[in-house]
Design a protein around this ligand. Structure first.
Ligand code: ADP
Ligand code: MG
Ligand code: MG
Length: 874
């Protein structure tokens, strides 16, 4: 079996077998670029190494020896020759790039004899510089001795000599360092440093194979979801030297600016240096543009190689190079990592340059990465003082005064103050505070905690689960280590990175660059899946529209009930003891709701707006029972106002009556509409009066009334009739005819299973996948995420958190059944999704596949969804 390939025997498309680094070295060799000769041991050899209990597969060693002879012939040098030794690098290279996870050894083949030969041929100082580097890397990578221990020896030597830089050390010192390194190795391993180059070589290969399963690599693979069984290849390459003098050097460059995408070389180099010196930060590297002055010919050659590589790979490249005595060598090329901004610009520019198609451009931008572009962020040119780090729960950055209470946040916010709401965690009672804040910081809770979900929905920055901060509500402060931050102090948070920063930071606005707009336009031409937004306010609706939303897929009416001027009226309605009392409260709410709907419908002129009737259980609008009980006790003890006490006691009684054992499965959704039809009737009236008003004003509007939590067609039939009656009344009263439709959310498995029946009464379906996921799994989201879900993911019972990434196998299957049944009854049934999954790229792809008409997501995710929908089609 062939385990070893010469570079000239490989190709770029052999990445799985040869690893990314090897396949590209092979490709570059074959297109005639100056690559030092070498060979690649395949990933298959690595896999067999593990299958055989960490033993080289039979025949592999012989093939390596054979190919070493080829390298010897090509260079005219011999491996281990004391007079003119061949040196090689042994480099890891997996099929998927895992930067910094595995290791590389340079200058292999040196020993006490060959170092002398190298010294005679190229200079003794240089030879010992290579030797000490080799001993260090070999000791670290192959023998497992901490790099820092070598570093300490070198540092001591520099101190003794009174110099700062390695290159300032004279040869005697380097010899001394090498000797001490060898002694360290012998001390640590109990055997002398291996002098035999062939032994060195196989030890290094063994170490690289082994490094596939070092802890770092395993963790990296887990985080990045890279399979564990790919294995790594090993590249053995003839050394070229950037540390031979001032006509030598080494560097790295991107063919375009990886931060902005600008079409210009971007990189750094160091004169008289080797390998990792550039990134090691010992000396400050110089910008690549200096090379044009310093070595014009080499620079010109490098520029043209960069162009050639970009054309060849049709993508931005990240290139490692070394200059030996004025001659340029290319040591690596790979697709360059880039920011979202650069990704968009490069993709669009490359279409204009004729390098790639529009479809390819669309596929090259990672939709999730676009998040970076759609929020205010910290000006990257500013310096900041990070005091703590939490989870990056909702992207964007914000500064403001610390506030610990939602009501206070609201008061200050309404006065035009910028505040950051800081809580251990948030609840639905804090919504008004979140609305009025610039951002939210919590010390508890994960990426899908209440604060995170709400903040994402509103497009506000949120850092959550920041356990380093200790909040003391009583004292009005929080602590991080010894630092005390008081109420009113200014902090900043960056929800894209999870940073908590002291003081104010300069922010820059999200910019939809011309390239971004162009890319989205191409996406719109390609996609068939519609994109709507979830929006509860006219401002959100307008923003969504600006980002390209083609309608509103979900307007939640309960947030409108939470507003502080309305909550008392809502409570009146709930606490009413007679229908008359209730109607009086509803009459007060009607004009308010009508105003809400007027604003949203108007902002979405010409586009459909789905409005969901009241969904949450009523007790969510009432005060917390425990807090009430505490207040009552306090009133009793202080002998407070009797009337007030009585009122509170009544309230508590009512709260207790409304309390539910399992609110998620309780008296909510259409069940409220069935028991309190006057509430739904008021909402329908508000919608239709707003509609009639707008139609009169000549505005074209398309309200879609949505009944939540339906599980049986009769529920829907009953409520649909109620809505229809109100519509007719309003038409009669106003003398205006208008269009509207009535449909339902699908969020109960029974509804999905009986979709053929339900479709008879529905003009549209919309999957509420947050609830559908809860009800299908039988998980209560808040409990699951706090208590066991992370273990389910860790133990691979579930591949992902199903509240973030749609569970295609289970919940998805139910959706598919529902779509098929629903369209059996009504082939043209409009079906969408409005759960949070509507903005998640892999879920969007699934929605496209099962034939949904649209996805609906938060306004800030609309561009992401447009792109993901186009990708789903390609
Ligand atoms: P990584 O995957 O961590 O980037 P590499 O295998 O690319 O590791 O090696 C790191 C650096 O070592 C390269 O950037 C290059 O500068 C240097 N290097 C590797 N092989 C050689 C070689 N044959 N000659 C000179 N320098 C080399
Ligand atoms: Mg590299
Ligand atoms: Mg729901």
């Amino acid at each position: 079996k062939k385990y070893v390939y010469l570079f000239e025997e490989g190709r770029a498309d052999m990445k799985n077998l040869l690893g990314g680094k090897g396949a590209n070295l092979a490709e570059m060799t074959n297109i005639g670029l100056p690559v030092p000769p070498g060979m690649i041991i395949t990933t298959e050899a690595c896999k067999e190494f593990y299958l055989g209990g960490r033993q080289f597969p039979p025949g592999m060693e012989e093939q390596v020896r054979e190919k070493m002879r080829v390298l010897e012939e090509k260079t005219g040098r011999r491996f281990g020759d004391p007079a003119n030794p061949l040196l090689v690098s042994v480099r890891s290279g997996a099929p998927v790039s895992m930067p910094g996870m595995m290791d590389t050894v340079l200058n292999l083949g040196l020993n006490d004899q060959t170092v002398e030969g190298l010294g005679r041929a190229a200079g003794r100082r240089f030879a010992f510089d290579c030797y000490r580097r080799f001993l260090n890397m070999f000791g670290d990578v192959v023998l497992g001795i901490e790099h820092a221990r070598f570093e300490r020896i070198l540092e001591k030597c520099k101190e003794r000599r009174g110099v700062n830089l390695d290159q300032e050390l004279p040869v005697e010192d380097l010899e001394q360092v090498a000797a001490e390194y060898k002694a360290l190795i012998e001390r640590e391993t109990g055997r002398p440093f291996p002098q035999d180059p062939v032994e060195q070589l196989f030890m290094a290969i063994y170490a690289v194979f082994n490094s596939w399963n070092n802890d770092r690599a395993i963790v990296y693979r887990r985080i990045n979801k890279i399979p564990d069984d790919l294995g790594t290849a090993v590249n053995i390459q003839v050394m070229v030297f950037g540390n031979l003098g001032d006509d030598c050097g080494t560097g790295v460059a991107f063919t375009r600016d990886p931060a902005t995408g600008a079409r210009q070389l971007y990189g750094e180099y160091l004169i008289n240096a080797q390998g990792e010196d550039v990134v090691a930060g010992i000396r400050t590297p110089r910008p690549i543009s200096d090379l044009e002055v310093e070595m014009p010919a080499v620079y010109q050659q490098f520029v043209s190689i960069c162009e050639q590589l970009e054309k060849h790979y049709r993508n931005m490249q990240d290139i490692e190079f070394t200059i030996e005595r004025g001659k340029l060598y290319i040591l690596q090329t790979r697709t360059g990592k880039r920011t979202a901004q650069a990704a968009v610009k490069i993709a669009v520019d490359m279409v204009h340059e004729g390098l790639i198609s529009k479809e390819e451009a669309i596929m090259r931008v990672e939709p999730a990465q676009l998040d970076q572009l759609l929020h205010r962020r910290i000006d990257p040119r500013s310096s900041v003082e990070v005091i703590a780090r939490g989870l990056p729960a909702s992207p964007g950055a914000a500064s403001g005064k610390v506030v610990f209470d939602a009501d206070e946040a609201e008061i200050l916010g309404n006065q035009g103050e910028k505040v950051i709401l800081v809580r251990t965690e948030t609840t639905p009672d804090d919504i008004h505070g979140i609305v009025a804040s610039q951002g939210v910081l919590t010390s508890r809770g994960g990426m899908t905690s209440h604060a995170a979900v709400v903040a994402r929905g509103m497009g506000k920055p949120c850092v959550c689960g920041c356990e380093a901060i200790r909040i003391d509500y009583e004292a009005g402060e929080f602590r991080v280590n010894d630092l005390v931050i008081k109420k009113g102090d200014v902090i900043s948070i960056d929800g894209s990175t999870g940073q908590v920063i002291l003081g104010e930071v300069p922010l820059i606005d999200p910019e939809l660059s011309p390239e971004f707009l162009e890319l989205l336009q191409w996406a719109d031409e390609i996609r068939t899946l519609g994109v709507r937004a979830n929006a509860d306010t006219p401002e959100d609706a307008a923003r969504a529209r600006a980002f390209g939303a083609e309608g509103i897929g979900l307007t939640r009416t309960e947030h409108m009930f939470m507003a502080p001027d309305r909550l008392p009226i809502v409570q009146e309605m709930i606490l009413a003891t007679s229908t008359r009392e209730r109607q009086a409260a509803l009459d007060k709410l009607l004009p308010m709701q009508q105003g809400d709907f007027y604003g949203i419908l108007k902002a979405m002129e010409g586009l459909p707006v789905t409005i969901r009737l009241l969904d949450p259980p009523l007790h969510e609008f009432l005060p917390n029972a425990e807090e009430l009980a505490v207040e009552i006790t306090r009133l009793r003890l202080t002998g407070g106002n009797d009337e007030e006490l009585q009122k509170k006691e009544e309230l508590l009684k009512k709260v207790r009556v409304l309390a539910e054992f399992n609110p998620m499965l309780g008296h909510r959704g259409c069940r409220l509409g069935i028991t309190f039809p006057e509430v739904y009737a008021m909402q329908a009236r508000a919608i239709f009066q707003a509609t009639a008003q707008l139609v009169k004003e000549g505005v074209r509007v398309f309200p879609e009334v949505e009944i939540p939590l339906v599980g049986d067609v009769k529920e829907l039939a009953l409520l649909r009739q109620l809505v229809n009656e109100v519509a007719e009344q309003v038409m009669k009263e106003t003398g205006v005819n208008f269009e509207y439709s009535v449909g339902t959310m699908i969020e109960i498995p029974r509804a999905a299973l009986l979709a053929d029946e339900i479709a008879r009464e529905a003009d549209f379906f919309s999957f509420g996948t947050n609830d559908l996921t809860q009800t299908t799994f039988g998980f209560s989201r808040d409990d699951a995420e706090g208590k066991f879900l992370h273990e389910y993911v860790e133990k691979k019972i579930l591949p992902e958190n199903p509240f973030i990434v749609l569970d295609q196998t289970g919940v998805g299957k139910l959706m598919k059944i529902c779509v098929d049944l629903g369209r059996q009854t009504k082939p043209d049934l409009v079906i969408g999704i409005c759960g949070e999954h509507g903005g998640e790229p892999s879920s969007i792809e699934f929605c496209h596949r099962i034939g949904l008409n649209y996805v609906s997501c938060s306004p800030f995710r609309v561009p992401i969804a447009r792109l993901a929908a186009a990708q789903a089609r390609i």
